[in-house]
Design a protein around this ligand. Structure first.
Ligand SMILES: [Cu+2]
Length: 120
């Protein structure tokens, strides 16, 4: 093997390593779909309020309502498309959020909340 050939091979190896380092440093991940694991957001119901009242989530995230009042509440879609069961103290209700949501408590109609889907 000539000296030229040897150094050319060595140089190619060096380029491959350099490319690897470059790709890693730029955060390149082959065939990684642009999805993140869903996050669970907790809305606490206390003192006759949903807290936080207005929540921003990513599509596919989960919202879990927890009733911390001593009186029962529920979570009802604003147009009554669906409702949770009545939530006694410490009861929980979970929902996967795929679109914007406005809701209220059908037992105390002044209690309202919203979930906004944002994908950035
Ligand atoms: Cu209520």
């Amino acid at each position: 093997m000539s000296l030229f050939y040897k150094s050319a091979t060595l140089f190619s190896c060096f380029l491959v390593v350099l490319l690897g380092v470059f790709l890693v440093s730029t955060g390149f991940k082959p065939e990684t779909p642009n999805t993140e694991a869903p996050v669970t957001h907790v809305v606490t119901i206390h003192q006759m309020k949903f807290d936080p009242e207005n929540l921003v989530v990513k599509k596919g995230d989960i919202v879990q309502w927890v009733n911390k009042d001593i009186v029962p509440h529920d979570v009802t879609e604003i147009n009554k498309k669906w409702t949770s069961k009545i939530l006694e103290k410490d009861a929980k209700y979970k929902k996967v959020i795929t679109e914007n949501l406005n809701y209220f408590c059908s037992l105390h109609v002044i209690m309202k909340g919203s979930v906004t889907v944002k994908n950035h």
